[in-house]
Design a protein around this ligand. Structure first.
Ligand code: HEC
Ligand code: HEC
Length: 352
């Protein structure tokens, strides 16, 4: 059995680090290799769909994960589901800077990120505090300001449910429902959240064309943004300090809240660094940044142009800001809008 130390930055302010010693990695004889990949990856340019051998997708596993994702019954007060903070119509973000819809009613310290193309992420959360989708699940599920669930009660709820026992049996060859199976099915569902059908993707596949404005914006993007928001996923899946703050106070009770990835790695160069957010689907996912401080893209571009705070770990590309003229700004925004995937947010496979 592997014990995960899930360092869920946002989450673990009061509760301290959660040492989840759960049998996530234990071989449950999952139904490999009978896996199915729901959407072919196209402009994401991936040869193979990444999924761990111990948790291959199965149709039953994905469907079960979806049911769990939308089920408020997992939470302590029966009111908060994963989808409460990750809404399909907002590309699985929630439109709030810092949500307070969790069981405690207290505001979280991080913006709820959009969820898509996570199969390719090797670090989850803004600071990369969890390594895979299986282990991250217990964070939101048990945190008092999110779903506040007691895992034993979750298992009781599921085991005495009308339909879950059979669904679990079909998805995983286990006699009783385990928390590992809960995590695995949720992880399977989240791996299927693939957004690769924006106008940009269709253009890459030669099914649509971009306007000359959008094409000029593409050049602006390539020059100024692509080093971190790397083409394809539109994130390099790495961590950078993009100049949001000039200092990183460390009040003891907040466990490094303002220190970014440093609180996970304790490496000096990670001070104030966060995971590069994707530029896909931004139309649906405002407000922006790890704390939702910018309400629209104009504010984001103003930040990159004149709001960059110098500090010891600022990414070198941003030292002089990114200054665009009015035409370039309009072009860049037009290109960014071509990355909105309407088919993703309306895909029936992802709706309740
Ligand atoms: C009360 C709101 C809330 C609920 C409920 C919630 N989340 Fe989240 N979720 C967040 C916030 C806020 C973050 C960002 C935390 C951080 O990075 O420190 C997050 C982060 C994530 C991430 C990381 C995404 C990335 O890009 O790294 C995943 C995956 C995720 N949540 C899945 C889930 C699942 C599955 C559930 C249900 C078991 C769930 N969430 C329930 C608010 C919520
Ligand atoms: C040095 C790397 C780097 C460069 C260059 C860069 N970004 Fe970012 N960007 C980041 C990081 C890191 C984040 C996440 C920061 C955070 O939330 O604390 C981010 C966040 C964003 C967000 C917020 C997305 C969200 O979902 O919250 C937008 C929008 C954005 N960048 C747009 C751009 C644009 C447009 C350019 C080019 C003009 C650009 N970035 C250049 C690293 C970079």
């Amino acid at each position: 059995m592997d014990c995960y130390k899930i360092s869920l930055s946002f989450i673990l302010l009061a509760a301290g680090f959660l040492n989840a010693c759960l049998p996530v990695n234990e071989d449950m004889g999952n139904k490999a290799p009978e896996y199915f990949v729901p959407v072919p990856s196209s402009s994401l340019q991936q040869e193979d769909f990444p999924q761990p051998e111990r948790n291959y997708l199965s149709k039953e596993g994905v469907e079960l994960g979806k049911t769990l994702f939308f089920d408020p019954g997992l939470s302590a007060n029966g009111k908060v589901s994963c989808a409460g903070c990750h809404l399909p119509e907002k590309a699985f973000s929630d439109g709030l800077a810092l949500t307070n819809i969790g069981v405690s009613g207290l505001a979280l310290h991080r913006n709820s990120p959009a969820l898509f193309n996570l199969a390719w992420h090797d670090g989850l959360f803004w600071e990369g505090g969890a390594n895979d989708l299986e282990s991250m699940v217990f964070g939101p599920l048990t945190h008092p300001d999110e779903m506040a669930a007691d895992l034993n009660k979750v298992l009781q709820y599921l085991n005495s449910h009308e339909t879950y026992p059979q669904q679990f049996q079909e998805a995983f060859p286990t006699d009783s429902i385990t928390s590992a199976a809960v995590a695995r099915s949720l992880a399977q569902f989240m791996r299927t959240l693939i957004s690769d059908d924006s106008k940009y993707d269709q253009w890459k596949r030669e099914e649509a064309s971009l306007t000359s404005e959008e094409l000029k914006g593409y050049e602006v993007y390539k020059e100024h943004c692509s080093s971190c928001h790397k083409e394809g996923l539109f994130t390099d899946l790495s961590y950078h300090n993009n100049g949001l703050d000039s200092s990183y106070p460390d009040p003891p009770e907040l466990e490094g809240l303002y220190q970014g990835r440093y609180r996970i790695t304790y490496k000096d160069e990670d001070m104030g660094a966060y995971k590069t957010a994707s530029l896909r689907n931004l139309y649906f996912t405002a407000p922006y940044m790890h704390d939702g401080r910018f309400t629209n893209l104009e504010e984001v571009l103003d930040h990159y142009e004149s709001g960059i705070k110098t500090n010891g770990t600022l990414a070198p590309q941003l030292e002089n800001g990114i200054v665009l003229n009015a035409a370039e700004r309009t072009q860049l925004l037009a290109f960014i809008n071509s990355l909105n995937d309407y088919n993703f947010i309306t895909n029936p496979a992802y709706q309740k």
